[in-house]
Design a protein around this ligand. Structure first.
Ligand code: C2E
Ligand code: CA
Ligand code: CA
Ligand code: CA
Length: 275
């Protein structure tokens, strides 16, 4: 205990209370950050492994917090979902990303991650289509990445949502493929355009034999579903070469570059004649 003022004592807060306070501050910081535009789109290159050319970018959100510095999405996305500001945050990020991506070569796609919480909003598709129109961004350059966890709750609603987006030209990619529990039958009944192999599986390629077997199994599933794949988390040349031997696909990862702000993307594209 610490002495405080006139004979009053207080105990250091037990950790539960500290945690609660920290959480409350984070929540308030996130709300403020949305208003102040502190959430910024960063971009990770997506590459055609065969040609080595950039084919698009995945937008990955970052929080440029005045108090904490650069904060990653694994910290703030779950909280933004909890306090029901994910939709607002995401719309602002996507609007910014549309503006950024309009400066790129028109052959390049923009992929954005959509939270399962957003997929529960019956107006999600309409909101996204409205944003496309507002920013004059071509629907066929947009890819939305959704995870299998979206499908746990309401497959029917997700199916009609992605169908109406696809009818407008938007592409749908199944993110974190292999980590969920959906059946092949269920996946086949949904109109996806692409599968993203989670980086947990790609990392397994370091463990020679068994890693390759696992990725092979995933590739034959994607073959069965007749869907192209993107491998995420390509960290080095060895993994890259292994993947190239396994088939035709797109890929991304630290081997090519870390997620970077829009200005760095422009510099990169200028070098490669992709502006
Ligand atoms: P994800 O969609 O599976 O994205 C891949 C994550 O792996 C990213 O982490 C990326 O920076 C990281 N990564 C890429 N290449 C490599 C590599 O070679 N090695 C390793 N170790 N990691 C690599 P990040 O940016 O921290 O994002 C984490 C997750 O947060 C994303 O996982 C995505 O689910 C979510 N997220 C990011 N931005 C948004 C957003 O705007 N909205 C929503 N709903 N979720 C987002
Ligand atoms: Ca993703
Ligand atoms: Ca993820
Ligand atoms: Ca992943």
């Amino acid at each position: 205990a610490k002495k405080q003022g006139k004979n009053r004592f207080y105990w250091f807060e037990p950790s539960m209370e500290n945690e609660l306070r920290f959480r409350n501050e984070l929540e308030a910081g996130i709300r403020r950050g949305i208003v102040n535009g502190e959430f910024r789109p960063y971009y990770e290159q997506q590459i055609d492994l065969e040609t080595g050319r950039i084919v698009g970018f995945e937008m990955l959100a970052r929080w440029e917090s005045p108090e904490m510095g650069l904060v990653g999405p694994d910290i703030f996305i779950p909280i933004a979902e909890d306090i029901a500001v994910i939709g607002e945050m995401s719309e602002k990020l996507i609007a910014q990303a549309f503006q950024d991506a309009l400066a790129w070569d028109a052959s390049l796609t923009l992929s954005v991650n959509i939270s399962p919480v957003q997929m529960r909003d019956p107006w999600f598709a309409q909101k996204l289509l409205k944003l496309l129109v507002q920013h004059n961004f071509p629907a066929n350059r947009l890819v939305i990445e959704i995870t299998e966890s979206c499908l746990l709750e309401n497959v029917g609603m997700v199916r009609s949502m992605i169908t109406s987006l696809r009818n407008q030209g938007v592409h749908i990619s199944l993110d974190d493929f292999g980590t969920g529990y959906s059946s092949l039958a269920q996946l086949r009944s949904l109109p996806f355009d692409n599968l993203k192999i989670d980086r947990a599986f790609i990392a397994e390629l370091k463990n020679e034999e068994n890693g390759a077997k696992l990725v092979d199994a995933i590739l034959s599933m994607s073959d069965g579903l007749k869907l192209p794949v993107t491998a995420e988390g390509i960290e080095n040349e060895i993994i890259l070469e292994t993947l190239k031997r396994m088939g035709k696909m797109k890929g991304q990862g630290y081997h090519y570059g870390r997620p970077e702000p829009a200005a760095d993307v422009l510099r990169r594209l200028e070098e490669q004649d992709l502006l």
